[in-house]
Design a protein around this ligand. Structure first.
Ligand SMILES: Nc1ncnc2c1ncn2[C@@H]1O[C@H](COP(=O)(O)OP(=O)(O)OP(=O)(O)O)[C@@H](O)[C@H]1O
Ligand SMILES: [Mg+2]
Length: 360
């Protein structure tokens, strides 16, 4: 009888373990558990995906033995903050510089204890919130731009109208100083006009027109955009490759053109003399993804700049507004797509735009 009970209990335990494993395998969050010594006892696939590592190779090892020194310090600092006597979950956002770019992680850390309150280790849950934070930062900047634009715009028209009125009224009344009066009022009127245009640009960024996606051929949009560049930049070869079969995508043609133009403009200005820009469209039937990669062999982008590329007003150019890629990013997210940046080899930059293939 005892034997039978034992067997049943074992079977039940085994089933529960399998059940747990299935859950761990399928959650998008990364789950790691450490025993009291710091040995990794559980690590699920999502951790590998988020951090870009082979989870099998680190299982059952002490985290202190496997982490490179620059990460180890960060992790030790983080774990220091967790109160091991409490059973509350500790939460913190951290920035983690990975070879593929800095990511923002939301971490939840819970100390584990047995029924006597003895410390058994930690469970760490990590989520990649990079995209979310990027979107929030852009939303915040849009709001700032919208408000500034609004506040600046209001007094401009009365200033301009007053200057015009003064001109009409007094232009002929000055004999000696007529020239000065003329020049000054003229300056006010034209400079206010320039300010107005600038503010309007802010405003357009803050409220981009709503996307109107329709079934469109991405290759055709590229074919319509390229001739301009081929004509204007004879020192650069523009090479366009596309697969034979590409599905129609739901695209707002004008906005996608605007995005392409911004990326191509950047590519062109990254190239000093003779350069090459390769535009490649792709279609992944299994992942239901399509899109385009634009590669240049220009000066490339420093790793520390990569994280800020899509932020408003980030520019390394003398005359750059730093809005180009911000606009591209918001156009692509309006299309439910992703844009990422990679290094080109041996030099230069690749921008990859991924768009979902949706039946219309
Ligand atoms: N293909 C590229 N090669 C090298 N650096 C690039 C490339 N694309 C973008 N960058 C870098 O990213 C920065 C931001 O680009 P973004 O298009 O947002 O602004 P910008 O080109 O400086 O100004 P503008 O608002 O006129 O587009 C650039 O200043 C440049 O440093
Ligand atoms: Mg630009």
């Amino acid at each position: 009888q005892i034997n039978l009970n034992l067997k049943e209990t074992n079977l039940e335990l085994e089933q529960r373990r399998n059940y747990m494993e299935i859950i761990l395998k399928n959650v998008a969050a990364g789950v790691i558990s450490l025993d009291s010594e710091g040995k990794i006892t559980i690590i699920n696939k999502s951790v590998g995906k988020i951090l870009g590592l082979e989870v099998e190779s680190v299982l059952n090892k002490n985290y202190r033995d496997i982490l490179p020194p620059e990460y180890l310090q960060k992790v030790e600092d983080l774990l220091q903050e967790v109160d091991r006597n409490s059973s509350l979950t500790f939460e913190k956002e951290i920035e983690l510089p990975l070879p593929s770019g800095t990511i923002d992680l939301h971490t939840h850390i819970t100390p584990l204890k047995d029924e006597n309150g003895k410390y058994l280790g930690l469970v760490i849950v990590i989520e990649d919130v990079t995209e979310l934070q990027k979107a929030q930062r852009i939303a915040a900047w849009r709001e700032v731009a919208r408000r500034i634009a609004h506040e600046i715009k209001n007094p401009l028209t009365p200033i301009q109208l007053s200057a015009q009125r003064l001109r009409r009224r007094y232009k002929d009344k000055f004999s000696k100083d007529g020239q000065i009066f003329n020049e000054c009022t003229n300056t006010i009127i034209t400079q206010v006009e320039i300010l107005k245009n600038m503010v309007n640009e802010f405003y357009n960024f803050a409220r981009m027109p709503a996307t109107k996606p329709l079934p469109n051929d991405l290759n055709q949009i590229i074919n319509e955009t390229l001739p301009l560049y081929r004509e204007a930049h004879k020192n650069i070869t523009f090479h366009f490759e596309h697969p034979e079969k590409m599905p129609a995508l739901l695209l707002d043609k004008n906005q996608i053109k605007r995005a392409l133009i911004n990326i191509l403009d950047n590519a062109v200005s990254a190239i000093k003399d003779n350069g090459k820009v390769t535009i490649k469209t792709f279609y992944d039937e299994k992942l239901n993804l399509s899109g385009v990669e634009i590669a240049d062999n220009g000066c490339g982008i420093l790793p520390e700049e990569k994280a800020r590329l899509f932020e408003p007003y980030f520019s390394t150019k003398k005359s750059g507004m730093g809005l180009g890629l911000t606009i591209v990013n918001s156009i692509i997210s309006d299309h439910h797509g992703y844009i990422r940046v990679k290094d080109n080899y041996p030099k230069g930059t690749i921008f990859r735009i991924e768009l979902p293939v949706r039946s219309s």
